[in-house]
Ligand binder design. Structure first.
Ligand code: GRF
Length: 208
């Protein structure tokens, strides 16, 4: 399968995919054909360049409207003919044009146990709520904010040491689980396919 990965940040999730694919894309079932970012200078794009993967940038501020940005993003992604799009720390909500082209085959990773704590501050919000467990969710993207059908989840315990100021430390522990969860989920979809029935995601068994 051909993957386009979208990033906004340091790109450690992208790196985990790159490492898993290594020099055996056949074995993994997928290879990354391009990496897109919503701004210049992301760690993610740097990692892609180091791996010899083409990159592109699509910035909201270079477009007259959000809708035009959404169309441009969809076109830039489409140019690489992906089978699957992976939003790996891409901090933008895609719009109707993008979903028309890639809905049902765009996977996002979120650092909380959805449907709790969606949005840009999932780690902070979970800590502030006082939860005892949190984690990460890999899900398909739909037209809501972190609302699409869930593919996989991983659990991380919150301990006495996790103070509200300790958001970054907790996020790091979540990201350790998140990276393997994403690698596993994307690999399984790439190798075995998947079927979405309402809110339920069935991995494998395509065509059964
Ligand atoms: C991840 O925790 C992702 O879920 C989030 O931002 C982080 C991205 O990390 N929303 P990285 O850029 O892959 O290192």
């Amino acid at each position: 399968a051909r993957l386009v990965v979208l990033v906004s940040g340091s790109g450690t999730n992208l790196q985990a995919l790159l490492d898993a694919i290594g020099d055996d894309p056949e074995g993994y079932g997928a290879r990354i054909v391009a990496v897109g970012a919503d701004r210049f200078g992301t760690g993610g794009a740097e990692r892609a360049e180091r791996a010899g993967i083409p990159t592109f940038v699509c910035r909201v501020k270079d477009h007259a409207t959000r809708a035009e940005w959404d169309e441009a993003l969809a076109a830039q992604v489409a140019a690489h003919r992906p089978d699957l799009v992976v939003s790996a720390g891409f901090m933008k909500i895609v719009g109707p044009a993008f979903l028309a082209a890639f809905g049902g085959r765009t996977v996002n990773t979120h650092p909380a146990l959805l449907p709790s704590f969606p949005g840009a501050h999932g780690v902070r919000d979970a800590l502030a709520y006082g939860v005892k467990v949190t984690g990460c969710t890999v899900h398909f993207v739909d037209d809501g904010v972190d609302t699409g059908p869930i593919i996989a989840q991983g659990v991380v315990e919150v301990t006495e040491e996790d103070t509200p100021e300790g958001e970054a430390a907790l996020h790091e522990r979540i990201k350790e689980v998140e990276r393997s969860l994403l690698v596993e989920a994307v690999g399984r979809i790439a190798r075995d396919g998947c079927r979405i029935e309402g809110r339920k995601v069935h991995l494998g068994h395509v065509g059964e």
